[in-house]
Design a protein around this ligand. Structure first.
Ligand SMILES: Cc1cc2nc3c(=O)[nH]c(=O)nc-3n(C[C@H](O)[C@H](O)[C@H](O)COP(=O)(O)OP(=O)(O)OC[C@H]3O[C@@H](n4cnc5c(N)ncnc54)[C@H](O)[C@@H]3O)c2cc1C
Length: 402
């Protein structure tokens, strides 16, 4: 049956009514892990119209809830990734102190080489250490090493931010200058901090792979007197309420599974991360911990599993998303590898990401979130190494052969 003028008026009036009822914000952040929480924190200095959304019931429930979360330096000869991590570690250490995180414990960390070959490597890194250290038993003790509780930190960062939890964003649609989420929420600016779950982003160059991992919380009669890292990390013991018992965390394992891209990570991960893998990881972590320090009377109290969001070059990515289709239409020579400056490319209006923080989210996020917010608000240039542009550029070059 054809629609008459009356039907059309009703249809569009209903649509208008629905649109006019949309809740509106200046900024919506999807993802309340450490990337989303730090972004909300820095943004709140400039705006009081911010909503943070997560499909989980609490903040820090994704990868952020599974993390150790240790803040430890990257050792090695000079390179750009090490520079970024050292700069971020200085920034985040100051940051967690400044926000008065009660869980932040700056007790140092002892890094122990895995074997003789590793020891030789460590020795060759000595001229390039970015942080003070001294040799201790078989290892190297860095004062800068610390540990935080992810839940406490993310709650603290978002305490004054409006939240919408247990809310799964399944669609984001651009509408003039705004974004509409699930036909219910309208925002001028949308920031995606969704970690390994990149289903909302249709751009192929944003190649994020999930690196799954496990951490276990133990009780033991051994008083672990400092943070250690060898093939796994052990946290300094916290005295338990029970006599002669201490609590420690041990992490973490690494797994990549084929075909897990674009899965709903929260609902479907158990297909990949089976009970067998979980049990093997638990035994493995206890063995690796015992290789550092013999832990007596171990009881596993909790197991956490999460998916780190890892980029192909291990660098994170922040900033606007480039619209690959429109950029190719405007500059067909991109296919021949022609270099086009970033500011000439067409980006998707008012859509930003902070992703790819891999296994160092708690070290990198405060620094990156601050850079992203300064870019959004004050147009501060983003370094190419941490931009989405570098990924687009590499991906665009490969398209000719595809
Ligand atoms: C076992 C393990 C140990 C680790 N140890 C350390 C460590 O010692 N030190 C360190 O610095 N880092 C560590 N990491 C890495 C660190 O946890 C991550 O880098 C960091 O948590 C990533 O934060 P994120 O905000 O990007 O992702 P997440 O914490 O995963 O947050 C993303 C959030 O987005 C939400 N979301 C996604 N899509 C949607 C949607 N469509 N609608 C609504 N919500 C959505 C998810 O529910 C999730 O809560 C570890 C990771 C693991 C797994």
């Amino acid at each position: 049956m054809e629609e008459g003028t009356g039907d059309l008026i009703i249809k569009y009036s209903m649509k208008w009514l629905k649109m006019s009822k949309l809740k509106e914000y200046d900024y919506v952040i999807i993802g309340a892990g450490i990337t989303g929480s730090t972004t909300a924190y820095f943004l709140s200095k400039y705006s009081n119209s911010i909503l943070i959304i997560d499909k989980n019931e609490k903040v820090a429930f994704g990868a952020s809830g599974a993390a150790g979360a240790f803040l430890s330096p990257l050792l090695g000869k000079p390179n750009k990734l090490k520079d970024l991590i050292s700069q971020s570690l200085k920034f985040s250490t100051t940051f967690y102190k400044k926000i008065n995180s009660q869980s932040f414990k700056n007790d140092g960390i002892c890094r122990i080489p895995k074997n003789d070959g590793d020891k030789e490597k460590f020795d060759s890194y000595k001229p390039y250490m970015d942080f003070e250290y001294f040799e201790l038993n078989d290892g190297y003790f860095f004062n800068v090493g610390s540990w935080i509780n992810p839940l406490e930190v993310c709650e603290l960062l978002t305490k004054d931010i409006q939240k919408k939890m247990k809310y799964d964003v399944v669609s984001i649609v651009q509408n003039n200058e705004s974004w509409i989420l699930n036909s219910e929420i309208k925002t001028k600016n949308l920031i995606l901090c969704t970690g390994a779950n990149t289903k909302l982003i249709k751009e192929e160059y944003l190649d994020i792979r999930a690196v799954w991992g496990q951490k276990i919380d133990l009780s033991t009669t051994t008083n672990v007197n400092m943070n250690y890292h060898k093939e796994c990390s052990i946290s300094k013991a916290i005295k338990s309420d029970e006599r002669n018992l201490y609590k420690v965390s041990v992490g973490a394992t690494h797994h990549r599974f084929n075909n897990d891209k674009n899965l709903d990570l929260d609902d479907e991960y158990s297909k990949f991360y089976t009970k067998d893998i979980m049990n093997n990881d638990t035994s493995k972590l206890i063995n690796l911990a015992n290789d550092i320090l013999k832990l007596d009377d171990v009881k596993v109290n909790d197991i956490k599993i999460g998916a780190r969001a890892s980029s192909s070059d291990y660098f994170p990515m922040i900033g606007r998303l480039i619209d690959s289709k429109k950029s190719f239409e405007k500059f067909p020579h991109l296919l021949n590898g022609t270099h086009i400056k970033e500011n000439m490319l067409i980006s998707i209006d008012n859509l930003y990401v902070l992703n790819g923080v891999g296994g160092r989210g708690f070290v990198l996020s405060p620094y990156l979130a601050n850079e992203l917010v300064e870019n959004i608000i004050n147009n501060k240039k983003i370094d190419e190494d941490i931009s989405t542009y570098r990924l687009f550029k590499r991906w665009a070059k490969k398209q000719k052969n595809n």
